[in-house]
Design a protein around this ligand. Sequence first.
Ligand code: SAH
Length: 356
Amino acid sequence: MKCNVKDLSLGEFAAHLEEYEQPSYRARQIWQWLFQKRATSFTEMTNLSALLRRQLDEAFEISRLRLVRRSEARDGTVKFLFGLSDGESIESVLIPEAKRLTLCVSTQAGCGFGCAFCATALLGLKRNLRASEIIDQVLEASKTLSGGRRITHVVLMGMGEPLANYTETLKALDVMTDTSWGLGLSPRRVTLSSVGLIPQIKKLMEETRVNLAISLHAATDEVRGRLMPVNRKYSLPELIDCCRSLPLPRRKRITFEYVLLAGVNDAVEDAQNLSQLLRGIRCKVNVIPFNPHPGSAFQRPSDLEIERFQQVLQTHGLQINVRRPRGEDIQAACGQLQGEESQQRLGQAPLTAAAD
Ligand code: SAH
């Protein structure tokens, strides 16, 4: 089996190139072909000698994801279903807004964290994605854009837990944010969301400058424990302590995500507890009213209750944003991603079918 070149870091690839007695700038030049000029074959790399191109072609492959289905929602949100080489599938979601175009990417096929309200959890963990499979979601989604439109933001909020797939995720973040050979996205435009794996959160903050979002979802250890099994390993007080001690650059804030579940965590008291809990942490709160999916018993609170929850937080001076659901009619909203299985379950007709 040939080595997939996009699974290597630049350093690893440069080490491979030593075999071919190339100047030291060569690895970077090839990386520019891959990630800036988006080459899909070594043949296209016309400033390399014919011999080197042949040698590279013999030793490496350049991966692509197979676009199985592209569905477009009424609000313009686009969901991509990608097939992986071993038959697994993942989804990515493109979210157009007035001034941004955000791609939400997956980092695992399925997820092993079992959050009670999340559709991806029903799949269990299939496997970690490789760096190439994470970055290829951005490359393939970009290819479908017309009229000079570009992806301006990336959020690692699709299927899976990015920090449980740390090494591959970090390689992909490097490609996204490098300006000399990579996609050149400012780290301020990249956000990684985690269920709260404390050791990896600390490492991430030391090793990258991307934004951090934490799925909190409850203001007490008891409620969080019921919703998120990971809370048994990293409890709410420990997680909050960790957030307080993170080295946040000036003007940077942690985002806390809070899925609002009717009758579970949406009471005025919950909002008060949450305000108390987050006191003194430079943060903003993203309230995500529950997005229903087949097989879930939870319910979205009424607009009035959402408003009431929001007001309590605001009264306590928290910066809060209620996330409007995007792409609900194609099951593309937060917590609705299930890959091929959701498509089968819903018998959903694709609006646009794409063959590769
Ligand atoms: N595993 C990471 C990355 C996924 S981000 C994490 O949990 O943070 C997806 C976000 O959507 C998470 O905050 C998740 O808790 C939330 N979510 C999951 N199911 C949801 C649902 N049905 N409705 C609204 N939000 C949901």
